[in-house]
Design a protein. Structure first.
Lengths: 117, 115
């Protein structure tokens, strides 16, 4: 059906508060990715979920960042005790992973623009 | 550090002209993808080229891949004002048959097509 959706579109928060960002992947896509795009850092990988496998958390910048994916579908990225340097656009992507193939196209959502004051 | 580096960082052309941008990367890849981004929001997938392919076309887009030089180029022919956007290359470095393929992005090329 529809593409990847993310909510909220924009989030303004105060330093020190926790935020939750949501991603709804394309139905049937088994792989889900979170990326961050900030000035001066470009687009950087954060975390990746594939089916029931343990997530690849190698891109998370600190232990204030965590993510979960419930029921193999919706994912939530949580940032605790936000800092001003967390301000960025957070992008979610999903892809299908047919057996025996690698490197499928990732489809991106519109992103959540986070501003930490 | 970014796996991909793009060149030029910015490009300004007249409508109807061709736009060419290049991407270089450092390690072996499974595939390379090009994306477009308008106004700093969602990325739109343009084209994927696999490591065993050398050239691929999609409409007005032409992508080349030279794995010996670890570089790729994106050509937009007969550009339109609507092509104004930032263009990113992204590489998939997962080993063959791995279950994950996180992308590593270049810094992007900002393209302005003047009417």
């Amino acid at each position: 059906g529809a593409g990847v959706s993310q909510s909220p579109s924009n989030k303004v928060t105060e330093k020190g508060k926790d935020v939750e960002l949501r991603c709804d992947p394309i139905s049937g896509h088994t792989a889900l990715y979170w990326y961050r795009q900030s000035l001066g850092q470009g687009l950087e990988f954060l975390i990746y979920f594939q089916g029931n496998s343990a997530p690849d958390k190698s891109g998370l910048p600190s232990d204030r960042f965590s993510a979960e994916r419930t029921g193999g579908s919706v994912s939530t990225l949580t940032i605790q005790r936000t800092q001003q340097e967390d301000s960025a656009v957070y992008l979610c992507a999903s892809s299908s992973f047919p057996r025996g193939r690698v490197g499928e196209t990732q489809y991106f959502g519109p992103g959540t623009r986070l501003l930490v004051l | 550090s970014q796996q991909g580096e793009e060149d030029p960082q910015a490009l300004s052309i007249q409508e109807g002209e061709n736009a060419t941008m290049n991407c270089s990367y450092k390690t072996s890849i499974n595939n390379l993808q090009w994306y477009r981004q308008n106004s700093g929001r969602g990325l739109v997938h343009l084209i994927l080229i696999r490591s065993n392919e050398r050239e691929k076309h999609s409409g007005r887009l032409r992508v080349t891949l030279d794995t010996s030089k670890k570089s790729s180029s994106l050509l937009i022919t007969a550009s339109r004002a609507a092509d104004t956007a930032s263009y990113f290359c992204a590489t998939d470095r997962a080993p063959i048959r791995a279950a994950g393929n996180k992308l590593t992005f270049g810094g992007g090329t900002r393209v302005l097509v003047k009417p």
